[in-house]
Design a protein around this ligand. Sequence first.
Ligand code: S3P
Length: 451
Amino acid sequence: MTPDPGSHAVTRPVTARRSGPLRGQIRAPGDKSVSHRALIFGLLACGTTEIAGLLEGADVLATARACAALGAKVDRLGEGRWRVEGVGVGALLAPTDTLDFGNSGTGARLMMGVVAGHPVTARFDGDASLRKRPMKRVLDPLALVGARVLESAEGGRLPLVLQGAREPLPVTYETPVPSAQVKSAVLLAGLAAPGETTVIEREATRDHTESMLAYFGADVRVVPEGAHGRRITLIGRPELRPAPVRVPADPSSAAFPLVAALLLKGSKLAIEGVMANPLRNGLVVTLREMGARIEVLDERREGGELVEDLVVQFSELAGVEVPAERAPSMIDEYPILAVAAANARGVTRMRGLSELKVKESDRLAAVADMLRAAGVEAQIEGDDLIVEGKGPGGVPGGGTVVTHMDHRIAMSGLVLGLATDAGMAVDDVAFIATSFPDFLPLMAGLGAEIG
Ligand code: S3P
């Protein structure tokens, strides 16, 4: 059915050294959030969904296998081109084997929502990183829908067995944390419930599930709620119609070569087709405030999402204060923003980062440790991260970054090393394959010294 997601058993240490200018034109891999959802909506639509530009990273491949285990026929037609023959809402098959989501919180949590609305029982598991991550944030609202956890590790963690509801109930649920995964799990469960399912979020998070629900023909309404939030209402039991999905380039992956180009003198890099959804572009907003030269060449709509081509040039950056309200629009980008901040003049304070503690690693601690290993002062004060910038090219380097099975820490550590005299070692780059399988050759092609 699908290529194997691959094994992370082999750790691969590498070193990034001071590099000359990065030059060239690239396209980042397909967006991870949209890729997971394209497969899941393919499973839930009746008929054939064609996907182009799918991210073929280990996380998304795990979701493809789970879709197959729940009854879809999933075929790879060519590079990034996939076909899913779905079963339709209400018609999932009970999986015979454990659904293994590897390193992926998104895959596991969204699929818990799908299973919760169906009369099937499934065992969910993942790697050592995913087994540490909180699942109660989705299991609590899914219990209101009628799903039951039959077994779990301590605190509702993986591995766990989830029994979906025979008669799922529509709920109104206010998410206690700003999380698109929690919101999406409730909406996906609500697809199988009669009547209206409503999710209220105090701070708007990425809206790909709502957009794709509408795109596949569901009746979904989104209205503002309070100063920064939204209220999303879905009418359950729609017949989802298959629709072709073209996955835009992932801004969270584009962020790594983008920041590398900002830090290396003489760089000029064009990045094509990057998703510019306002709920995802907090990094570009922040970097511009720091003085980054990022030019937008062509803004357009592709497959329902706003995308743009970017041209990035070496820039002298200055420290800024990043407000807490911006966190949901750049939640995965703080590790690489911290690398930019280390190379800026002055102090950068990033506020309200509590959610970083429950990502693929405790990213707040991992980022502070990474910077300290490079000779940069970094403090954690409550949920804030404070970085004392060394100025352009001023980070000494010479240490080792501990990645904790976290792809974004690995890529951030490598970009950090590119702008140091002494270089930076990164203890394990194997996990980069979860989201950006071609990162190392792509960076080498631009002139980065990694190896
Ligand atoms: C994602 C939501 C975010 C993000 C993750 C992808 C999604 O997680 O960090 O990489 O696709 O819905 P949370 O929902 O936990 O904030």
